[in-house]
Write a protein that binds this ligand. Structure first.
Ligand code: ADE
Length: 248
């Protein structure tokens, strides 16, 4: 899968690509990432990419021509591609959208800056507009990095086979259970005995219980949408019975 970043701050993106899961995926040839400097497509000697807004007001707006030129310079992988404008006004990114985007052969990110981007870019160039949350960043670069990370780890082979992403928080609609490693006692806090028992069935049930308990306490909204088994309902009823989580 190929990811293209169109940005006026290529260094921000390169730093993110240098280490971690995404860097290893690039090394293994599972993904490729290309960074395009929008400034290279500005038509003047000052390499201007922004201008004052029509109608007046504070701030600058990103000009359409350099972005359009940068987009046209991006090679298409032939298969299915999506041009994604990162903006706080977009559709909210979540795990379901990450899976949806992972089906494409190429994602092209338009990283906006300043007060905004000329509306015609949105209209003419973007297949979709994506927000990573209800807050305003200084630009789309970090948001594009977040989307890339979440999508890349869904590509077969990227997580290295030792760790499945299927048990991750949000997969299956619940928050993940807590994890422990050595030492057995840390600052007076013991690892739960069941995890040392070697009883796989008990461990499985304990993890499911903790997952449900956590989701109920922290994100009851997720629980309402999750696919719950009969066992899950029993566990929740028991938790509610013990007054551990609030009854509906
Ligand atoms: N650009 C600025 N804020 C953003 C956000 N919340 N999500 C995506 N892109 C952005």
């Amino acid at each position: 899968m190929r990811f293209d970043f169109l940005t006026i701050f290529p260094g921000m993106v390169s730093a993110f690509l240098a280490e971690g899961v995404v860097a290893r995926a690039i090394e293994k040839g599972l993904i490729s990432v290309h960074v395009v400097n929008i400034r290279d497509f500005a038509g003047d000697p000052h390499r201007t990419t922004d201008d004052r807004p029509y109608g007046g007001g504070d701030g600058m707006v990103m000009k359409p021509e350099p972005i359009y030129g940068a987009l046209r310079s991006v090679g298409r992988e032939g298969g299915r591609s999506q041009v994604i404008l990162l903006s706080p006004q977009g559709e909210r990114f979540d795990q379901a959208m990450a899976w949806d985007l992972a089906r494409y052969d190429q994602l092209i990110f338009l990283c906006g800056r300043y007060e905004g981007i000329d509306e015609r870019v949105r209209l003419l160039c973007a297949d979709r507009e994506v927000s990573i949350g209800d807050y305003v960043l200084s630009g789309g670069e970090l948001a594009a990095a977040v989307v890339t990370d979440a999508v890349a780890r869904l590509i077969p082979g990227v997580l290295g086979g030792t760790r499945s992403n299927l048990e991750d928080t949000f997969e299956g609609g619940l928050l993940e259970y807590p994890h422990y490693t050595r030492p057995e006692v840390f600052m007076g806090h013991r690892v739960p005995a069941v995890l040392l028992s070697g009883n796989h069935e008990k461990i499985r049930r304990w993890r499911r219980t903790e997952s449900l308990r956590r989701t109920m306490k922290r994100r009851p909204d997720l629980l309402e949408r999750a696919h719950l088994t009969r066992e899950d309902e029993e566990i929740l009823a028991a938790l509610r019975g013990r007054g551990e989580v609030r009854a509906e």
